[in-house]
Design a protein around this ligand. Sequence first.
Ligand code: MTE
Ligand code: MO
Length: 326
Amino acid sequence: MANILLPPEWRTIRSADQTSEKEYLNRRSFLQAMGITGLGLLSGITASSIACAASEPAGKLEAAVPSPPPGLYPAARAKEFLDGGRPMTPEEAAANYINFYEFSTDKSRVSELVKPFQTHPWEVKVDGLCENPGVYDLDAIEALGLEERVYRHRCVEAWAMTVPWTGVPLRRLIEKAQPTSKAAYVKFTSFYRPKEALGQARERQYTWPYYEALRMDEAMNELALLVTGIFGHRLPKQHGAPVRIISPWKYGYKSPKSIVRIEFVKSKPGTFWNDLQPSEYSFLSNVDPEVPHPRWSQASERILSTGDRVPTKLYNGYGKYVAGLY
Ligand SMILES: Nc1nc2c(c(=O)[nH]1)N[C@H]1C(S)=C(S)[C@@H](COP(=O)(O)O)O[C@H]1N2
Ligand SMILES: [Mo]
């Protein structure tokens, strides 16, 4: 179990003793057809016993993402974030190198394994210590007013990309919710659907659903974005459809995908990676070239698709916006 906490690039993939996703989906359809949903039963069914079961192709499980109302995408690009100060990462490269552990720890397989994931309809519950709790669907979030921003993204594993996100300043939603004076943190919870997410079903050592949090002053910061789109259209599943957070001055895992709940709380909440391995993943996790990860340096980063190595900047270069917070 020692290697479970390694990020995927350092992780040994034990493909030989893992069920292939095709086999998994076949088993699932078979069990669904029989009205059996308990995951514990999966291990007792052998490949040969399902070979004759009629199963639906995985593609059929994928719901079409509805087209947004005309005029929403692409949203006008915000003047402050016209470019990321670096060349834009090609969309293809960003979409096929993905950390989304709910589906796989193998970045190159996520874009395929997300197919069964149903991202519509979707609701985000906003609750906790606030005067105006509510439930928002994608249209309601987009109605808060979309803009496009090009941000640099820095993963703790030292790869980086630059992409245009479409979203709403998180602050706008928070102001609508009117948190009480007791609310000191904002907690985010991702979905839990082990029948659609292979990683949630298989990787039982993780504490699903994925959960993250920001301090209230961080969540209210100009940079924090509630994201519904990328590259001028609604988010594809692998980037965290239909709605996720982006906090570009922090390592990527502080930007939870496919969230279902935003909760205002009084005390510092636990977070997925910090709870798993506090010595490697701090609560704040601000990008900092001078604080090495215990197992590698953070002094430089590798640009996705070009492979160029560039120096890492404090707060991922966003000190102008966030240095005052720390
Ligand atoms: N729910 C959830 N959110 C997540 C992750 C995840 O595994 N599950 N991975 C994080 C990590 S490590 C990174 S680098 C970014 C990557 O997402 P992107 O390439 O779409 O930005 O998502 C973050 N958000
Ligand atoms: Mo990451």
